[in-house]
Design a protein around this ligand. Structure first.
Ligand code: NAI
Length: 729
């Protein structure tokens, strides 16, 4: 069995079917591309074949390039290997596009159409774009687009050049630069596919048999072709490209090599003939692939994220699919957890101490579903179906038959202990009990349970419907079945899990709090707040530390500071931080919700620049630090904490550390995560920089012993810990 097979019909149509054996989705390997090349040669050379249809033997067309193959190309042949591989793909797709026609007369080609039964992503759309007509099945679940930019690369098999020439730079931008995906109807409206039909193979066959010579010639192969919207030196095109460069830089702050390279490929490609443009695209693609950022992004955001979602760290325990979940506490978190659970088809009992509060929690789902209806993403039937799954009540008796409980009541050990005991009198003996606590040790909360081995932490992030990460926390006594249950639940609600061990603030909060504190500490030192915020954004953090604390609220910061101080006593290192946040809290500046915090806000609650009053209480120092120094402080304070979490066994797998950092708190995604970033720097350089920071700013930057040892041995994190990190002992 091979990935592509061809059947020549009596009607003169050769149907090439893509069906990778043993996989649920087609992805393209270089060997398969070579096989397709052979089939195309055969069909073009066979007089009995009048036209060709390329389709899939699976419900979907293809998910894209095999990213492991891409990595292999780089490992085996370096830049030249990547370039040669990409050029081979260009030759294949160009052969399909020219379809044997005479280059001068543009006659004599054989019509080739693509028939897409479902999803077509990446090369799964680039290949169709090289054919003469694309028929997509009327399948609203299908996703069509070029998502490469989301994992740090860009469409490098002609997709960039073809789409820009087909639609113009401006119209192609959302697809190329933002990686937007469309259902077939929208894909057609946006010019990505030509027709949406019930039976794409039949329609494609019919089309190839009647297509004329003119139907086969792409606009860019015709005399007098002009790029829609204009090339860079055309007045309208000039404005487009100027605007695009500014927009891309504004959004990426220049830290994502792929966006910049993509724009360069389109700009430079627009100035030369099509085949030269493909070569330029291949050069830029190679450039991006050789940048360590793209490798790290692919590894974390595609390969490892996928592996964790598929249960890479799931204990070997039979299926633990959740059927009925009981949620205790219908506040902000409980209401969100109820929504995502009901949406996933799970029956939900949502409990609060007053019926009103429980109803309010359910109304949260109604609000989100209504928004979905307004955006045409949800139907009235779907809304009714999801809401019918949620029972909002004060009656603990309704928890009968729940196989999972998620507790999200107030962050108070006494309240939590009480509801744990109460629920356990009702729920089945084998039910798993999870707490959504953000700060309390799981092992302590488990003391309230009769069955501590069935007690676990499932820590969601706010807002629950948007945040992709869920942190699963093993308490000291948590058993394997509880871990499997939590992982199966997270899979059902389609989020990404990491599994960590119990320690103060678990993993994500443990790293993000020091990031916020470092920003606030700099305010106390007199660093210009604008410098702090811009430095963070310019190193790729989605939010500066001051904006972040405004979003999460200053009073939460005060609460955490007080609790941490109480727990640590004299060793507490953050007094200068407290001075700043306590002072803001005293003035009622509680952050965005109060429309006042480190930032000023307008009436509508929109940010209106940093608050000018900040400088009065904490005056700016005459001498300001260099941008890079501020950036290094903000990055190292997070990354070193991640290393400590690994060293102390809170993290047991660096893949989880990297994926969790990006999805949990937006750690500069271009790095592939804190361990990826340290590997880019190299342990030796990281130690030198951290030592310098420790000397100038304090012991919190002192490199952990693990990092120092790695520097001495010349090791990298991914080299030392491989795919499955062992406990760093
Ligand atoms: P919230 O204050 O919005 O909701 C708590 C709800 O629990 C309230 O509706 C309250 O009436 C209810 N409740 C209190 N005692 C109860 C009892 N005995 N029986 C039934 N219901 C009771 O709080 P929020 O923000 O939803 O937090 C809940 C938990 O989630 C806390 O443990 C918190 O630390 C944790 N968490 C919060 C995050 C956040 O961003 N707010 C993020 C992750 C975890």
């Amino acid at each position: 069995m091979t990935d592509f097979t061809m059947q020549k019909g009596d009607d003169g149509v050769a149907v090439i079917t893509w069906d990778v054996p043993g996989k649920s989705m087609n992805v393209l390997s270089m060997e398969a591309a070579a096989a397709l090349n052979g089939l195309i040669d055969d069909a073009l050379g066979d007089d009995a074949v009048k036209g060709i249809v390329i389709t899939s033997g699976k419900p979907d067309f293809a998910a894209g390039m095999d990213l492991n193959a891409l990595a292999g190309m780089k490992d085996a042949g370096g830049a030249q290997g990547v370039f040669d591989g990409v050029m081979a793909l260009h030759r294949l797709l160009r052969k399909i596009e020219r379809a044997g026609m005479d280059p001068k007369t543009l006659k004599g080609g054989k019509p080739i159409a693509a028939a897409l039964p479902g999803t077509a992503l990446g090369i799964g759309l680039e290949l169709p774009l090289a054919t003469h007509r694309i028929f997509a099945a009327n399948n609203p679940k299908a996703r069509i687009g070029l998502p490469e930019i989301m994992v740090g690369i860009f469409p490098g098999a002609g997709g960039t050049t073809r789409l820009a020439r087909k639609l113009g730079a401006m119209a192609a931008a959302p697809t190329l630069l933002e990686g937007k995906l469309y259902d077939p109807a929208r894909a057609k409206a946006n010019g990505l596919v030509d027709e949406v039909v019930d039976d794409p193979v039949a329609a494609a066959k019919e089309w190839v048999l009647k297509a004329s010579n003119a139907d086969l010639v792409k606009p860019w192969d015709q005399k007098g072709y002009k790029m829609p919207g204009g090339t860079p030196f055309h007045p309208a095109g000039f404005m487009t490209f100027l605007g695009a460069a500014a927009m891309v830089h504004g959004k990426t702050m220049g830290v994502y090599p792929a966006a910049k390279a993509l724009l360069s490929a389109v700009y430079e490609g627009a100035l030369v003939p099509f085949d030269t443009a493909l070569k330029i695209e291949a050069r830029w693609f190679t450039n991006v692939l050789m940048n360590p950022s793209s490798g790290n992004m692919i590894r974390s955001l595609f390969i490892n994220k996928g592996a964790l979602e598929k249960g890479a760290n799931r204990p070997d325990v039979p299926d633990q699919t959740v059927r009925k979940v009981g949620i205790l506490g219908a506040g902000m978190m409980g209401a969100g957890i109820a929504y995502v659970s009901a949406l996933a088809g799970i029956e939900v009992v949502l409990i609060d101490s007053a019926q009103e509060a429980a109803d309010r929690g359910k109304a949260h789902s109604e609000g989100l579903l209504d928004k979905g209806i307004a955006r045409k993403k949800v139907t009235e039937e779907k809304k009714a179906e999801v809401l019918a799954r949620i029972t909002a009540t004060t009656d603990y008796g309704a928890l009968e038959g729940c196989d999972l409980i998620v507790e999200a009541v107030f962050e108070d050990p006494k309240v939590k202990a009480e509801v744990t005991a109460r629920a356990e009198t009702v729920i089945p003996e084998d039910a798993i009990f999870a707490t959504n606590t953000s700060t309390l040790p799981i092992s302590d909360l488990a003391k309230a349970s009769q069955r501590p081995e069935q007690f676990i932490g499932i820590h969601f992030f706010s807002p629950v419907d948007k945040m992709a990460l869920v942190e699963i926390i093993r308490g000291k006594q948590t058993g394997e079945r509880a871990v499997a249950k939590a992982l199966d639940f997270v899979r059902q609600i389609r989020k990404t899990p990491i599994v960590v061990n119990d320690a103060r603030f678990f993993y994500a909060n443990r790293c993000i709090i020091p990031y916020i504190n470092e920003g606030v500490r700099m305010v106390a030192e007199g660093v210009n707040p604008t410098l702090i915020e811009n430095a963070a954004r310019m190193v790729g953090m989605p939010l500066g530390p001051l904006q972040l604390i405004d979003e999460t609220s200053i009073d939460l910061g005060v609460k955490i500071a007080k609790a941490t101080k109480a727990a640590m006593g004299d060793a507490y290192p953050d007094s200068s931080v407290d001075e700043v946040i306590f002072s803001l809290a005293d003035q009622g500046r509680m952050g965005r919700k109060a429309k006042a915090g480190f930032y000023a806000y307008d009436e509508a609650g929109k940010r209106d620049g940093l608050w000018s009053g900040l400088g009065q209480r904490f005056p700016r120092a005459d001498e300001q630090p260099e941008l890079t120094e501020v950036q290094q402080r903000l990055m190292f304070i997070q990354a070193l904490e991640a290393v400590r979490a690994l060293e102390q066994g809170v993290l047991t797998d660096i893949r989880e550390g990297d994926v969790g950092a990006i999805l949990g708190w937006g750690f500069a995604p271009w790095t592939g995560g804190p361990f990826g970033w340290l590997d880019i720097l190299g342990a030796e350089r990281a130690v030198a920089l951290a030592d310098h920071l420790a000397e100038t700013h304090g012991e919190r930057f002192a490199p952990p012993a693990l990092l120092r040892e790695m520097a001495e041995k010349g090791e990298s994190f991914y080299g030392r810990f491989g795919t499955r990190a062992k406990k760093a002992a």
